[in-house]
Design a protein around this ligand. Structure first.
Ligand code: SF4
Length: 323
């Protein structure tokens, strides 16, 4: 859960997760859609899928217990070198150093390593970290290093005046703490999507995304990406023709929202749409769902915000307000 985000942002998700799945057996027994639903808002849904698969393997083959060797752990879905070292050192007290993005930044600043890419120097950093590791208290050491990176040696505005290792820090000595490591420049693609909110007799049409690829297996409102040179409404008409085999009668913009993913910035336009005819649909891929029941399905963040909008609007109408 903590990948690409902060502890403060994760805490409510973590608490909810533990209420739903108090142990690994509860997780393993749960169907995947329930697990994906519980993960909503955390992004990177493959992690939830792998956690679920690992839970099922643990319950089926290992009495629900996490193994304590690197070989066995690495066979579980989602267990790469980082998670494996973290489980073995934090859970079992094994003398293994954990190199995550926070620790990498601390070490690069400590030794004033000005490499162009932080990941490119991992081997050298791992050796340095192994030398520093307190073998008698590996869990405390690893957590201290991660916390130092997260709270003090922050990516921007590091808190050098209160840093406990300032006296040894070569980047601080040379005044380069802000430029080590160099900031990553991720290509950020801008995408515009037009989606249809289609209501019939108080129920809304939703569709399931394919089982692999981006946001696999989640539900969404029908629609898709605007092609070059196409207007948003034309994109909506084309997508609904392709996805549902349906013609649009009217489409009225109800909501515009922007959502940032790691590599994309998505402008999402939700149109209240009336179709000329509703063609027969594949029940495994499409569903008509009452507004109140939409909450039971896992949606990506953009669609979840449309659902909140529908909920607010319904409340507003009940109280005689227009939203
Ligand atoms: Fe990071 Fe500053 Fe501490 Fe150096 S002195 S480790 S740059 S917080």
């Amino acid at each position: 859960m903590l990948q690409q985000t902060t502890v403060a942002a994760v805490i409510p998700h973590y608490e909810k997760w533990l209420r739903l799945f108090p142990d690994v057996f509860a997780l393993a027994r749960s169907p995947l859609p329930k697990v994906l639903k519980a993960w909503e808002g955390l992004g990177y849904y493959d992690r939830a899928r792998r956690l679920h698969q690992a839970g099922r393997i643990l319950c089926r083959d290992l009495d629900g217990k996490l193994p304590d060797t690197s070989e066995e752990l690495r066979r579980l879905p989602g267990f790469g070198p980082y998670i494996t070292a973290a489980v073995l050192s934090l859970g079992y007290g094994r003398p293994l150093a954990v190199l995550d993005a926070n620790v990498r930044r601390v070490l690069m600043r400590l030794d004033r390593i000005r490499a162009a890419s932080a990941a490119g120097v991992d081997k050298a950093l791992k050796r340095r970290l192994d030398d520093l590791l307190d073998r008698n208290r590996p869990a405390a050491f690893n957590q201290a290093m991660m916390e130092l990176g997260a709270l003090v040696c922050r990516p921007r505005n590091p808190r050098c005046p209160v840093c406990p290792i300032q006296a040894f820090c070569r980047a601080f000595e040379s005044g380069e703490q802000e430029i080590i490591p160099p900031p990553k420049r991720r290509p950020c693609e801008r995408i515009e999507t037009a989606v249809a909110v289609i209501e019939s007799h108080g129920r809304y049409l939703i569709q399931k995304r394919p089982p692999s690829g981006l946001l696999a297996g989640l539900w969404e409102f029908p629609g898709g990406k605007r092609e070059k040179g196409e207007s948003l409404k034309a994109a909506l008409r084309r997508e609904l023709k392709e996805e549902l085999g349906a013609e649009v009668e009217t489409a009225r913009l109800a909501l515009k929202l922007r959502h940032a993913y790691t590599r994309f910035l998505v402008d999402l336009y939700a149109y209240e749409t009336v179709l000329k005819d509703i063609p027969p649909l594949d029940g495994r891929r499409h569903k008509w769902v009452a507004r109140r029941s939409l909450k039971m399905y896992p949606f990506p963040s953009g669609s979840a915000r449309i659902i909140r909008f529908l909920e607010e609007r319904e409340k507003g109408r009940r109280h005689g307000r227009s939203v």
